[in-house]
Design a protein around this ligand. Structure first.
Ligand SMILES: Cc1ncc(COP(=O)(O)O)c(C=O)c1O
Length: 370
């Protein structure tokens, strides 16, 4: 009888065991599995999970503090407030939006709803592994399409000759390469995919780019499902809030794949306050971009190669097995991100605070010169 504990995922080698794993793993679980030890090592610089070190904005913190006395209530009306705020901002019908604890749950549910041993899952490579792991669990064939030489998604290659209906996963910006999928590519997929298949557009990082959202395709009634999270630009990974937007018939199929429950009141009030903070996204983008550019300048000055990015992470080429570099960095108490089998010398680096990136630079220089 297999023994599963809350931390049993730590014994899995994240990317390598993707096909063998029997359940879904989220970004922090994948990051913790890659580092082979529990998440919060004391004093460590944690730039391995694409978190936002700034945390929730002040308005969100105030909203969380103010709601605590009502923590004994389910208060589902607060989620209605969040949904209606979102609907107004994005010009959506509230009935097409469903709030969840982060966007990993609706990603898993969507994959379960639209893949099976007869329905494949098509994704870029490298790409966020969570969906492909869940597709494997569902017994689906996972079709990985390598990125182009310029690390762009290859939309046309994602429409291989498979006659069965499929789910196409498109992450905008891609995790881990932080490269973009142009809107035309998503439109192309949506227009040319086999009938009855869906395009899953993961917009976890959409706020870090000027790229238009795929929400317009949802509004136009296409077979497109959009996933959003408050874990990235809004700094709410630990508070857990996200949502899925789709045509009601698609939404119903997605939601049929998971047990539903009310949202934590802390998460929904923080999310609503974050949305109402009009300057927040631009400010966070500016901070992320400044620190990222400074890091790139340092890498350039020191002759290191990386894939240019406009997101909160980038791929750094260590020119040696990335896993060894990651382990050596962990000994310096700097936790960097995992490698992907298709790019074994690259490690993913999350853009942290200025101080964290300075500690990263010191440790990286030491490891590379050892
Ligand atoms: C591409 C992508 N999608 C979704 C998520 C989900 O995050 P969460 O479950 O915290 O909303 C992540 C987290 O890193 C991600 O990188």
């Amino acid at each position: 009888m297999p023994h599963f504990s809350r931390r049993s995922f730590l014994h899995l080698s994240a990317a390598a065991s993707a096909a063998a794993v029997l359940r879904g793993m989220s970004e922090p679980m994948l990051a913790a599995a890659a580092r082979h030890r529990p998440p919060h090592a004391k004093d460590a610089v944690a730039i391995d999970s694409n978190e936002n070190p700034l945390g929730p904005c002040q308005a969100a913190r105030d909203a969380v503090a103010a709601i605590i006395p009502q923590g004994g209530r389910y208060a589902d009306n607060l989620t209605d407030d969040l949904v209606s705020t979102l609907a107004t901002m994005e010009g959506l019908n509230p009935a097409w939006i469903y709030c969840t604890a982060g966007s990993t749950p609706p990603l898993f549910m969507s994959v379960l709803a639209f893949t099976s041993p007869q329905k494949s899952y098509v994704t870029a490579d490298p790409c966020f592994e969570a969906g492909m792991m869940m597709a494997s669990t569902a017994g689906a064939r996972v079709v990985k399409v390598p990125l182009t030489k310029t690390y762009a998604h290859d939309a046309k290659a994602m429409l291989p000759a498979i006659s069965d209906p499929e789910a196409f996963y498109a992450s905008n910006r891609n995790n881990p390469t932080a490269t973009l999928r142009p809107p035309a590519d998503i439109e192309y997929l949506a227009a040319n995919k086999p009938k009855d298949s869906v395009v899953l557009v993961d917009e976890a990082y959409i706020h870090l780019t000027d790229m238009p959202s795929a929400l317009d395709l949802v509004k136009a009634g296409k077979d497109v499902i959009v996933l959003r999270t408050f874990s990235k630009v809004y700094g709410m990974a630990g508070l857990r809030c996200g949502f899925v937007v789709a045509r009601p018939d698609l939404l119903e199929k997605v939601l049929a794949r998971g047990a539903q429950n009310f949202m934590p009141v802390t998460a929904v009030v923080a999310a609503t306050a974050s949305l109402n903070d009009s300057g927040l996204v631009a400010e966070r983008r500016r901070i992320n971009s400044t620190i990222r550019q400074q890091t790139f300048q340092w890498l350039d000055r020191n002759g290191y190669s990386y894939i240019p990015s406009e997101s909160n992470c980038f791929m750094l080429d260590t020119k040696r097995p990335g896993k060894e570099v990651r382990e050596a960095m962990a000994k310096e108490n700097v936790l960097i991100g995992r490698t992907w089998p298709i790019m074994p010398t690259y490690v993913r680096i999350t853009v942290g605070t200025q101080e964290e990136m300075e500690r990263f630079q010191t440790a990286f220089q030491k490891v590379m010169k050892a």
